[in-house]
Structure formats: C-alpha cells, structure tokens
Write a protein that binds this ligand. Structure first.
Ligand code: SAM
Length: 318
C-alpha cells in the first residue's frame, strides 16, 4: 500500500463510485431545462461489473479503503448492482453504502440487503406531492416512501437526504423532519451546492444552515452534537431524542478533513467535487502511474472554501 497524503494530512479512505450518469428523475439542482432532463433520462453506457470491480480492487489495494458509496446518476438503474455489491463485499471493504432516489427501492431493497448492503441514503426533498414534483419533475413521492418502508423492513439502515432550495421546498423542512422521525431515520438537510447549471447561481436558491436551524427552532428544542472527523454533516438532537443533520457545503465547508475520492462511470477519478478535471485510470498502467494519478487527484482538494464546478452531480456522483 502506498502512502498518499497531502500537506494537510488528507488522504483517500472513502471511494464514491458513480455507476452511471443517467437517472429516472430530473431534479432541479442536477439538470436545467427539458433537453437536459431528456439527456439525463436517456441510457448511457457505463463500465461493466468486472471492469469496475477490477478498478475498485486496485484502488483498495493502493489506498486501504474503509468505505465505498455507490451513487450516480441513479445507481438502482445499474445492471448487475447486486453482483457488484457482493464483489465489493468479498474484497473486505466492510462499509458499503449507496445513495438513491428511492424510485426502484421497493423492488431492490431486499436483494441489495442479501448481497451485503447495510446502509443507504435516500434522497427525498419533499413529502408533499406537488413540491416533490417541483423538485424532481416526477410524481413519485408515495412510491419513494414505500421504498423507504421496504428498505427498513429489509433491515437496511436508512438516512434521508433533503436538499433545501429557497423559494421551492423550504416549507418542507418540518414535514420532512416529522416524516424521518416517524420512521426513526436520521435526516440530513443539504444546502444547495454550486454544481452544474447552478454553478453561478446557487446563491439565488441557497437556504443556509443558519436559516434551516431557525426554522427547526420554531418547532423543536435541540442541542448540537457536532461533526465527526471527515463526515459531511453536523448533527443536532431534539429534546425528545431525534437526530437531524445539516450538510452545509456553502456556509460551513468541511474540506479540511475530506477523505473522498470519486470514480465516474467512464473510469475517471476526481479528488474533489469542485474539480472538473477528470483523470483517466488506465488498467494497463502500473501501480507507479496510478500512484502519481492519485497524488494528482489529491492536489485537486480545496482547503477553505467550497467553490463547486460546472460539472453536474449527475456525472461526478452525488
Ligand atoms: N440518484 C441518486 C439520488 O438521487 O440520491 C444519487 C445521485 S444524486 C446526484 C445524489 C444527491 O446529490 C442528490 O439527491 C442531492 O442530494 C445531491 N445533489 C446533486 N446536485 C446537488 C446540488 N447542486 N446541491 C446539493 N445537492 C446536490
């Protein structure tokens, strides 16, 4: 195993794999107009399972990964998902997680659990059907909730992620918390990030951590729990014992201890969400070249501020 570390002591321990860059929703923070939604909903090619497993295995050998998160695009659309999960499990990477919009979860929760998945994040930006549609451009809230219930029934740990956008869904903060608390799930509210088509205008939609806490304080009393090292969310606990988190990329960035490496669906790595400089990993190259490429990716990490990039999370993986 080679030691890859930057001057701030950061290294890569978590790998986020974007399995494909298409999706069955068209969320407003990922895609802009009709043509982009159409492109996002169109099937594109992605790496086959054996090739993906070979890349992940080599990265694990070089980095000693502790966590893999499968994402996309929408990872539940990936052909061979359960085979991939079992393959990663066999490598001895104990923490294997996935982020999904939940649209196909009702059917896939149990097979994923049986393949070795333990924990999933489900993106749910509203529990009101109309607001859900405004955020995702699809009428699917009941279906996603059925998926969440199925996943809980299957024994998966479920966390809810909700992006809060000013003028669209900030009125859903309390209903989302109530929903998550009713299912005993942790929920994290995300500040909208300056990614993709929002790169220059995320500020317009930004509903800050401070504003979210002020809304929550109108309904609950809570105390801070802080943020664990290299985690994305800070947590609070309500007086009746429910926990919620905020991922405040914009107003309280946490780049200083970031340990995430990203792999996209064509075999490129990125050391930072804010870098639109893909580095292609070629399976013919030897370990020395991969080490240099990983060092190059590590240099992409930012230090003080999250700047984002014009690459949508649909491609780099959320
Ligand atoms: N399709 C899956 C899903 O919806 O969970 C996984 C991929 S999606 C890109 C993952 C998550 O990235 C979204 O649900 C959202 O939480 C986050 N995301 C994407 N673009 C974002 C943005 N501009 N600001 C904040 N979060 C964003």
């Amino acid at each position: 195993m080679s030691v890859i570390q930057d001057q701030y002591g950061r290294t890569f321990r978590t790998l986020r794999v974007s399995l494909l860059n298409h999706c069955n929703l068209g969320c407003v923070y990922c895609v802009a107009g009709d043509s982009e939604v159409k492109a996002a909903n169109t099937m594109h090619s992605s790496l086959p399972v054996p090739e993906l497993l070979a890349i992940i295995r080599r990265l694990h050998e070089q980095l000693g990964l502790s966590t893999i998160r499968l994402t996309g695009g929408e990872p539940l659309l990936f052909q061979g998902l359960t085979e991939l999960i079992s393959g990663v499990r066999e490598m001895g990477i104990s923490s294997i997680k996935l982020t999904t919009n939940g649209f196909l979860l009702e059917r896939l929760a149990m097979p994923m659990k049986q393949a070795g998945m333990r924990s999933i994040n489900v993106s749910l930006d509203a529990v009101d059907e109309d607001v859900f549609y405004q955020m995702s451009r699809r009428h699917a809230v009941d279906r996603v909730i059925r998926g969440i219930d199925k996943a809980l029934e299957a024994g998966l740990e479920v966390k809810i992620n909700s992006v809060v956008m000013r003028g669209i869904n900030e009125g859903q903060i309390i209903p989302l918390l109530e929903f998550a608390f009713s299912r005993h799930c942790r929920i994290r509210l995300l500040e909208v990030m300056a990614m993709g088509h929002l790169h220059d205008q995320a500020g317009r939609y930004l509903f800050s951590q401070e504003e979210m806490l002020a809304v929550i304080a109108g309904r609950y009393s809570f105390k801070p729990l802080g943020r664990a090292g290299s985690a994305t969310a800070s947590y609070w606990q309500t007086d009746d014992g429910h926990q919620f988190g905020v991922i405040a990329n914009e107003t309280a960035p946490f780049c200083g201890d970031c340990d995430r490496l990203r792999l996209d669906s064509s075999g490129h790595i990125y050391g930072c969400l804010s870098s639109n400089h893909p580095i292609l990993l070629d399976k013919e190259e030897d370990e020395g070249i991969w080490t240099k490429k990983l060092q190059q990716a590590l240099l992409q990490k930012q230090t003080l501020r999250f700047t984002g990039s014009d690459l949508s999370m649909l491609h780099i993986g959320g």
